[in-house]
Design a protein around this ligand. Structure first.
Ligand SMILES: Cc1cc2nc3c(=O)[nH]c(=O)nc-3n(C[C@H](O)[C@H](O)[C@H](O)COP(=O)(O)OP(=O)(O)OC[C@H]3O[C@@H](n4cnc5c(N)ncnc54)[C@H](O)[C@@H]3O)c2cc1C
Length: 473
């Protein structure tokens, strides 16, 4: 990442989780001073904290997120790997059952980072607070926005911290306070109204526990994922290798069908998954800690870009704008794309009107949907296959569902289709990759076969595929 020189005064970031940390990193290139406000006390190490209740649950970092973080913090990934994180081949080292079929495993796939969320965030935090012009104020909460007398420009935040309340002036305020962001209320109180919200109701829960792998485990995979087959099944299970030679096991279910938090119920839920594999591995693994759970009622996109009026000096990103269904692993990567966009907008700002921030808030909020739209469409299209999911169904969705199902079935036998799907999933390429002629022809031929040939004969529905190396030998 290039450093154009710091041309602006002070930026304040609300929220010290992934979106806030990545924003602070970017802002440190452009502002003399960056103050990062975090309500929680600073953790002593990679530990769960109150403000990030999703911390104990499975988080994978897609390749786009990895690429961005690598640019923001050179050398970070090598350090993470030295500390126990694994960068795996997402097609060779991942065993993935989805839409009733095992995906083909091949070498040379897209890298996927496996480690706990708390570990990743902790290492990113250490890098950010080491930046000379970034100051973390822990235990400090932004209570509301401050404005100029005409209420046209945000001039800072009202801060509540250990020493009480005080105003904190800023040239730019970035709200990265997550799903619970109070920006809609704050803007309404200032006379701007609230953004319209798009929601898809999923009533999902993540339930997770750390394990020591059983001695009998031969390392057949680094991660095992058993996704459901909408609309008939909605339970999933994941085992991911994480630092410390442990397994992080996450079970989830949609529509209130949540995995229990007591040990027998947790195992029983694993046993009830449509495939027996995950339970078979888990049965002999040794639990290492408590079971935690976290509910996600809905996925939600706040359309700030549609608001007719919006103040200068305010940028909102990360989950505060769009909180995805976590099972597609998109949130941290999209937070990174938001930070990258902020960097681009600030560079452009410097070219257009050096030293001035007028127009930045407008340009950023208008361009942010460009990074959100594709992952949003992908995850909501899959969720809306369930009749129980609430949300707006666009016309033509039935055709989209037909194509998705046939394409995902095809990933079982056609590694090229699997690879193009992975490129879209990892946000490396647009939806065009799964619609290009070579993929479409394979999918359509498979769809035609589906009229006469049962799925079991068209795809690998049952046998966990061996790693690609084992197949060759
Ligand atoms: C169960 C689950 C699993 C997930 N799995 C994945 C995954 O596999 N891959 C992936 O990429 N993403 C995943 N995500 C999404 C990911 O966690 C988020 O997208 C990511 O953390 C970015 O969120 P954020 O920084 O915008 O907000 P958050 O992570 O919610 O953080 C908000 C921060 O703001 C602080 N805060 C809030 N209000 C204030 C205030 N007024 N003043 C000061 N501080 C404040 C909070 O304490 C917190 O630290 C998952 C999410 C969930 C719920």
């Amino acid at each position: 990442m290039d450093t154009p020189g710091r041309r602006f005064g002070r930026a304040v970031v609300i929220g010290g989780s992934m979106a806030g940390l990545l924003s602070a990193r970017v802002l440190s290139d452009h502002f003399e001073q960056v103050i990062l406000l975090e309500r929680d006390p600073r953790p002593d190490g990679p530990q769960p904290r109150k403000g990030v209740p999703q911390g104990p649950h499975l988080h994978v970092l897609l390749d786009t997120g990895r690429r961005l973080l690598d640019g923001f913090f050179p050398g970070l990934f090598q350090h993470l790997q030295e500390q126990g994180a694994e960068l795996i081949d997402s097609s060779g080292e991942l065993a993935w059952h989805h839409f009733d079929v095992w995906k083909a495993r091949y070498t040379g796939g897209i890298p996927l980072l496996l480690c706990t969320r708390t570990f990743l965030e902790w290492h990113v935090l250490r890098r950010v607070v080491a930046l000379p012009n970034v100051e973390l104020r822990e235990g400090c909460s932004a209570e509301r926005l401050l404005t100029d007398s005409a209420r046209q420009r945000i001039t800072g935040v009202q801060l509540k911290g250990p020493a009480g309340e005080a105003p904190l002036q800023a040239d730019l305020v970035v709200d990265a306070s997550g799903r619970g962001s109070r920006a809609p209320q704050w803007l309404e109180a200032l006379g701007y109204g609230r953004p319209e919200e798009e929601q898809v109701g999923v009533d999902l829960a993540y339930t997770s526990r750390l394990y020591e792998p059983p001695a009998s485990f031969q390392g057949e995979w680094k991660a095992l994922m058993q996704y459901p087959s909408p609309p008939s099944t909605w339970r999933s299970g994941f085992i991911s290798s994480v630092e410390g030679g442990r397994w992080l096991v996450t079970l989830n279910g949609y529509f209130g069908d949540h995995a229990p938090t007591e040990p027998e119920g947790f195992l029983e839920f694993a046993r009830s998954l449509p495939r027996p594999d995950l339970h078979a591995y888990l049965r002999d693994a040794k639990p290492l800690g408590p079971i935690s759970t976290h509910k996600v009622k809905d996925t939600r996109w706040r359309h700030y870009e549609h608001m007719a009026r919006f103040p200068e000096g305010l940028v909102i990103l990360g989950d505060a704008v769009c909180a995805f269904n976590p099972i597609f692993g998109q949130g941290m990567s999209v937070a990174g794309l938001g930070a990258e966009l902020l960097h681009e907008c600030l560079r452009e700002q410097t070219r257009r009107s050096p030293g001035r921030l007028e127009g930045l808030a407008w340009r950023f909020r208008k361009r942010l949907p460009g990074v959100i739209r594709q992952p949003w469409l992908m995850s909501t299209s899959l969720d809306l296959q369930y009749p129980q999911a609430t949300g707006r169904r666009r016309s033509g969705l039935g055709l989209v569902h037909w194509y998705i199902r046939r394409m995902l079935e095809r990933t079982s036998r056609d590694a090229a289709v699997h690879h193009q799907f992975n490129r879209v999933l990892h946000l490396q390429s647009g939806l065009g990759a799964i619609l290009q002629p070579s993929v479409a022809l394979s999918v359509l031929a498979h769809g035609a076969q589906a009229l006469f040939v049962p799925l079991r004969e068209r795809a690998n529905t049952d046998t966990l595929p061996p790693p690609p190396e084992a197949r060759r030998s």
